[in-house]
Design a protein. Structure first.
Length: 151
């Protein structure tokens, strides 16, 4: 995979590929379904548009030359974006683990609005809405924020 991506102009480390597979694959093989999870739009309308397109894939046309240049650029940009997000998320996760006052159960409870052992979409929406209000107030009144490198 690294060689194929390198040939396409995407320079990744082995760790980047490991993060991508950890996120999207259940084994060392990425299935079409798992690939689709990574690349299909979340919006139902756009997802249906893509799925309804006629199949034009064949074994002989398995390289990017079957796409136009703008399509290749968007495809590669999306791949780079997915890798970048996984890299950034992993960095933040590792920094959180090093924080002495952070625990997974407590983090879960901050989002479990009803304390029923489930986090729902409305729980997350409500909690993040409140969090953004608090962060806005902190920023407005100039309370010190911790530096990104602080553990």
């Amino acid at each position: 995979m690294l060689n194929n991506l390198d040939n396409l102009g995407i320079r990744l480390s082995e760790n980047d590929v490991v993060l991508f597979f950890a996120r999207y694959a259940t084994t060392n093989n990425l299935t079409y379904s798992q690939f689709s999870d990574a690349f299909l739009p979340s919006d139902g309308y756009y997802c249906r548009l893509l799925i309804s397109k006629r199949l034009t894939y064949s074994q002989q046309c398995s390289n990017l030359h079957t796409f136009s240049d703008p399509t290749i650029h968007l495809y590669l940009s999306l791949f780079e974006c997915l890798i970048s997000v996984e890299r950034a998320a992993e960095s933040i996760k590792q920094r959180l683990v090093r924080r002495h006052n952070f625990s997974m159960p407590q983090a879960f409870r901050t989002l479990d609005f009803n304390s029923d052992g489930f986090v729902t979409l409305s729980d997350v929406s409500l909690n993040f809405s409140n969090l953004f209000k608090i962060l806005s107030l902190i920023h407005e009144y100039g309370f010190p924020r911790s530096s990104p490198n602080e553990v």
